[in-house]
Design a binder for this molecule. Sequence first.
Ligand SMILES: [Zn+2]
Length: 154
Amino acid sequence: MEFEGKSIAGSDLPALIDELRLRRRAIKAASKQSVKARVALTNAQRAHVLAKTDNRCHICGGVISESTWHADHVFPHSSGGAHSVDNYLPAHAVCNSYRWDYTPEDYQLILKLGVWLKGEILRETSTGKQAAEKFVKKQVSVAKRRRPSFGPEA
Ligand SMILES: [Zn+2]
């Protein structure tokens, strides 16, 4: 595969993922001084944010029916994005918590890995079978640690 014009081998993937993590940290550190404290949205502001996407999560596209949805920063808060209604879109709590502060490069890589691994699982390859077992085990462990108010895993 290619990344930023360079050819990437499978053995390069851990270093690439680490490089993306370091870039994310650098962006976060550089913007720390300019980040203002978050102010809770009013009910009217939350209704306005939710109406922007016709009650759909801007990450997965699914309908938002629960009241625990997040007002997600379009321009990341950690990169200096404003705490303002103009910079918010609605997201499921689960979708938003998995997105973290990933850069678009991180997120695209994660999506590609996820789609590829889903195919491995569907074809029941040895990689897919092994990953499916470990994934389910991990989700059970995460669910046990999670606060009950967080809701079910998507
Ligand atoms: Zn979602």
